[in-house]
Design a protein around this ligand. Structure first.
Ligand SMILES: *Cc1c(COP(=O)(O)O)cnc(C)c1O
Length: 432
């Protein structure tokens, strides 16, 4: 398997290099040179396969022999060890629950897979690998859980102080061992900027083996395509399937585009955002204008400059008209999001989290004009991760899964830091 940079198609890497480096030197993003199609027969008979079997088939098709099948099977089966059930709301609407992993967000799929793949490619290297990751909430928890105690790998998580939920923060700051949490006095965009700058800093990268774990790493993206197949498999009558994706950095949606390229018959993608609506705006009028993020109750989607947009553009040959044939965008403010949560509770007796509710609103609006479609909302996190908001809005507490509840009493350990690159760099040099 070969991958190129979105900034320069001549800049080629193999899978091992792309996974361990995260980003190409030219600051583009790695893209598979070929995204092969799956056999039609496989798509038509998805029901005959387990989720793990589907995941392995999809993965080995993309990887094209980059990893021996028996090793790949071990990686995939260990990473994808929890289900992705489809829950029906009504004739037209379904919810794909992606929160059954250890950190209760869909990011567990990517993080668990990436941890195993990196560790596989890192074998035989005596210098430790340091993973830098900026998080607006859920990435950090998934990465921390995914990499916890992985030999030869240390993780530094940067998160914006006071801007992630209490339990999310606990997920980042209570594990210890090879996981360190930096609490940055700034926004998510500031955290992401610090990380990006570090990767481009030659003095740092020549001293420390740095890599990323954000959705910019191709190893996070690929496993996110697995559950599009798994969802489709569970649809009773899958014609006109549309996927509605609550989006921030657009990794999840990009993974869906991969699935579609591999022949999964997806009728439409719905890009659902909160007030941070640069992509819906682009789909509407062709102007892409990234800007600082705004804070919302769906905080894992508070992204003003989505990193995977470069991949989306690349997939559509940088042509607005092409992208807009496949993807339609909608955005909602917090009041509308709260309304969506209440409606899902009242109509379907289902507790949806604020991110999923943005998706619900978008699907509802889309289906008003597109009857006869089967819509799948990606429920990206368990509602209990956003306890205070969910309680306030729905007037009742969602059930809290045991693996989250037990964190509440664990002591938080983080390093409070200024939003200052020079200090950050020095800290890295001193500690790794
Ligand atoms: C990360 C996250 C998103 C956004 O996903 P992207 O792949 O960055 O678009 C949405 N919802 C939740 C709960 C998340 O954690």
């Amino acid at each position: 398997m070969k991958l190129y940079s979105t900034k320069n198609k001549q800049n080629i890497a193999n899978l091992s290099k792309a996974v361990l480096k995260g980003l190409p030197d030219d600051n583009g993003l790695f893209m598979p040179e070929v995204i092969p199609q799956l056999p039609e027969e496989f798509i038509n008979n998805l029901k005959d396969y387990s989720f793990q079997e589907i995941a392995l088939k999809v993965c080995s098709t993309i990887f094209q022999g980059a990893i021996p099948e028996s090793d790949l099977k071990e990686i995939v089966y260990e990473a994808i060890n929890f289900p992705a059930p489809l829950v029906q709301l009504d004739e037209q609407k379904y919810i794909l629950e992606l929160f059954h992993g250890p950190s209760l967000a869909f990011k567990d799929f990517g993080a668990r897979f990436m941890a195993r793949l990196m560790s596989y490619f890192n074998q035989g290297n005596d210098k430790e690998l340091v993973i830098l990751v900026a998080t607006s909430g859920d990435t950090g928890g998934a990465v921390a859980a995914g990499f916890y105690k992985t030999p030869g790998i240390k993780v530094v998580i940067l998160y914006p102080s006071g801007k992630v939920s209490h339990l999310q923060e606990k997920q980042l700051t209570t594990l210890g061992h090879n996981i360190t949490a930096l609490e940055v006095k700034g926004t998510f965009d500031d955290c992401q900027a610090l990380v990006k700058k570090a990767f481009l800093d030659n003095e740092l990268t020549s001293n420390i083996r740095l890599t990323s774990a954000n959705s910019i790493n191709i190893a996070r993206l690929i496993p996110q395509s697995f559950y599009y197949f798994e969802a489709y498999k569970q649809l009773e009558n899958p014609s006109n399937a549309v996927f509605c994706i609550p989006s921030g950095n657009f990794g999840n949606l990009t993974a869906g585009l991969f699935a579609s390229k591999m022949r999964l018959p997806i009728h439409k993608f719905i890009a659902a955002t909160n007030a941070n609506n640069v992509v819906p705006e682009y789909l509407e009028n062709g102007n892409y204008s990234p800007r600082p993020s705004t804070r919302t109750i769906s905080n894992a989607m508070d992204v003003g400059n989505p990193s995977n947009f470069a991949r989306m553009e690349d997939l559509y040959g940088f042509t607005w008209n092409n992208m807009k044939k496949d993807i339609v965008g909608y955005s909602y403010n917090d009041i509308e999001t709260e309304q969506g949560m209440k409606e899902v509770m009242e109509h379907y007796n289902y507790v949806i989290d604020p991110h999923g509710a943005v998706g619900y609103n978008a699907l509802k609006e889309y289906q008003r004009e597109n009857k006869g479609t089967k819509g799948i909302i990606l429920e990206t996190a368990h509602p209990s991760k956003f306890l205070p908001d969910v309680k306030r809005i729905l007037g009742k507490e969602p059930n809290i899964p045991e693996r989250l509840a037990k964190l509440a009493n664990e002591p938080k350990e983080s390093l409070l830091t200024e939003n200052n690159y020079t200090l950050f760099k020095q800290w890295l040099l001193d500690n790794y």
